[in-house]
Design a protein. Structure first.
Length: 285
């Protein structure tokens, strides 16, 4: 099972964790630049209209950055709604280390103002440690080579910067107790992942709750849930399975998942009790 968007077939990462430049990224950037210059806009002026910095605009135009969905939509509006950018973005090379089906969610994740995650299979990627990632990679089928494992961890570290670099984003995690009891990678790896989760839980914008192993009422039995709120206050959901992922935009379906997640927040241990349980589990290792 490939969970949390790992593993792809990318060719590596560039400086600063950005995707390595590719022909498709450079071509897309050149189109953006040509349309911007045709409209008589400087990078700074264009950036103000699409609500991204001139440095972000430059990174996109030079093929060093995968454009966010919001960037594409706003750029289309500013540059005449030709549809060229919307059509071209679907052909961009994906971010190294991320599976092709995960890339759209990863871009949404990077600009979300709210992110909720319920996971019952393994510790979510945003909370994983290097040792935990390597332990999971050792069991991956088909087997991974060393370069693919490094690529997977590089993609994780880039995503995890969101937790500290977006202090105004609300992150919520509900994790099943058995994720820690399984001891993926052994006792030492488990001690490390518990220590890391406890450290992350101290950030004021992050709520971590544990769903106890013995739980008579559980609203998440249908499987994992991921929810994201955009800058425009639209909600999306994402489901991932064996070698596939599905972005959900249907408001009725998203509403059902929101209600399930809300119910689980009341069923799981409180934040304080979750911390206490993790500390006890850490002491038992």
């Amino acid at each position: 099972m490939v969970v949390d968007g790992a593993v792809g077939t990318g060719t590596g990462t560039g400086t600063g964790g950005e995707p390595e430049s590719s022909d498709s990224l450079r071509t897309f950037g050149a189109v953006v630049q040509a349309l911007r210059e045709h409209a008589g806009l400087s990078r700074e002026e264009f950036g103000e209209r699409v609500r991204f910095s001139k440095h972000t605009v430059a990174s996109v135009e030079l093929g060093r950055r995968m454009p966010d969905p919001a960037f594409v939509e706003r750029a289309e509006e500013v540059l005449g709604n030709t549809g060229a950018l919307r059509k071209a973005v679907g052909h961009l090379a994906r971010q190294p280390g991320l599976a092709v089906w995960f890339r759209q969610w990863a871009r949404m994740e990077a600009s979300a103002i709210t992110l909720y995650t319920y996971e019952c299979r393994m510790i979510p990627g945003l909370l994983q440690t290097e040792a935990y990632v390597r332990a999971m990679s050792a069991d991956q089928l088909p087997p991974l080579d060393d370069a693919q494992i490094e690529e997977r961890w590089a993609a994780r570290t880039k995503r995890q910067r969101l937790l500290r670099e977006r202090p105004n984003t609300t992150f919520g995690f509900i994790l099943e107790e058995h994720l820690f009891l399984r001891r993926t990678g052994g006792a030492e790896v488990t001690r490390g992942i518990i220590d890391h989760v406890l450290e992350i839980s101290e950030l004021r914008n992050i709520d971590i709750q544990v769903m106890p192993l013995l739980q008579a009422s559980h609203s998440g039995l249908q499987g994992p849930i991921r929810l994201s709120e955009t800058l425009e206050n639209r909600w999306f959901a994402y489901n991932e399975g064996q070698e596939s992922g599905q972005l959900i935009s249907d408001s009725k379906v998203v509403s059902v998942l929101q209600r399930r997640y809300a119910r689980m927040r009341s069923q799981a241990l409180t934040i304080q009790d979750s911390v206490s349980l993790l500390q006890r589990m850490r002491g038992d290792l």
